[in-house]
Design a protein around this ligand. Structure first.
Ligand code: BT5
Length: 321
């Protein structure tokens, strides 16, 4: 089956957008013209669009936008990140898969799926991950660092993803501390940073990234708070290109962080953030604090000044603007 598919795709690729006759395809595969039709149907199932014209044959008008290994490896410009790819058509959660293999996985291993059936956010909140329309992935890093440095990776990732989206699609998200990217005030990306660590050092850091790319609509409960790149841009964009750009940027900023520390990333983060300098509401597990967001510290902690001039360190919260 897969070699038939390969033969077909090669034939269409040689034809370079022109028609290939059913008989020619039948001869190449060594089957009947009826069987060719069935193979064409299965290409359609995989997201290829084909035109059929009587007496001319078949031609491919559009290829699927996939995020499987082949699509991601061709054109990937990194040295370490994404060199190992675990691709699954459907998983409960790439984060869960990544946790399972983290111990023996090479640094930079990428777990990516077309669909998550139980994608999750922080505090076990659900993360909607419909098939073929978004980027649902988890990256395993193994920095030689103490565990308290881990929250910085959420901020490093936010900067890397913001610039990747800007450079590949032309739309510019803004960052909402700590882990959201927004377009026109609605969420397009969530980041979930998790650890496997001993008391004094990180064994693995698992960065989960969800990007709404080509969804054209959202279920009712998300309609007011979520959007996608395609909705905001008005056209479908390539997920593979975005993934490749994220990997490249993440590698660059990870290296920058390990050699020179957090200051360049902090500067960029603050320039992309929407909440800094504004009045916000921070809902933490211990209570709600209102005040002006002053900025982030070198450890990625949010500084919030309340109306009495007291400055609070916020380590984890949901922010309302
Ligand atoms: C996050 O959590 O924003 C982190 C999301 C991380 C998802 C990635 S996908 C790959 C990897 N595998 C996983 O299983 N997870 C990671 P949080 O800040 O807690 O936001 C969760 C909230 O966002 C939910 O309670 C919903 O309100 C909302 N939400 C759910 N799905 C969404 C979507 N597709 N787009 C925008 N908002 C969504």
């Amino acid at each position: 089956q897969s070699s038939v598919k390969h033969t077909l795709l090669e034939a269409f690729s040689k034809a370079d957008g022109e028609f290939v006759s059913g008989q020619a395809l039948a001869d190449m595969i060594g089957c009947s013209r009826t069987a060719v039709w069935k193979h064409i149907e299965s290409l359609r199932q995989e997201g290829f669009e084909l035109e059929v014209v009587r007496k001319k044959g078949y031609r491919i008008t559009s290829k699927p936008d996939k995020v499987s290994e082949n699509e991601l490896l061709i054109g990937l410009e990194t040295n370490r990140l994404g060199k190992r790819i675990v691709f699954k058509e459907s998983v409960e959660s790439t984060q869960k898969e990544a946790h399972q293999i983290a111990e023996e996985a090479e640094e930079g291993t990428l777990v990516i799926a077309e669909e998550q059936t139980e994608g999750r956010g922080r505090m076990a909140r659900p993360w909607q991950s419909p098939k073929y329309t978004g980027i649902w992935m988890s990256i395993i890093l193994k920095p030689e660092l103490p565990p308290f440095k881990a929250p910085q990776f959420t901020l490093i990732t936010a900067v890397a993803v913001t610039e990747a989206i800007r450079d590949t699609t032309g739309v510019m998200p803004s960052i909402k501390w700590p882990n959201d990217l927004l377009l026109n005030g609605k969420k397009i990306t969530g980041i979930l940073t998790e650890l496997q660590a001993d008391s004094d050092h990180i064994r693995s850091i698992i960065i989960g990234i969800g990007v709404n790319v080509n969804q054209r609509e959202f279920p009712e409960e998300l309609a007011d708070i979520a959007t996608s790149i395609a909705i905001e841009k008005g056209e479908t964009v390539s997920r593979a290109k975005i993934v490749q750009a994220i990997m490249k940027n993440l590698e660059t900023y990870y290296d920058e962080y390990m050699t020179n520390g957090f200051s360049l990333i902090k500067e960029k983060w603050e320039s992309y953030a929407i909440s800094i300098g504004r009045h916000i509401i921070a809902r933490t597990v211990t209570g709600t604090i209102r005040g002006k967001a002053l900025g982030i510290t070198d450890d990625g902690v949010l500084k919030l000044e309340d109306e009495n001039g007291i400055i609070h360190d916020i380590y984890s919260a949901d922010i309302e603007i």
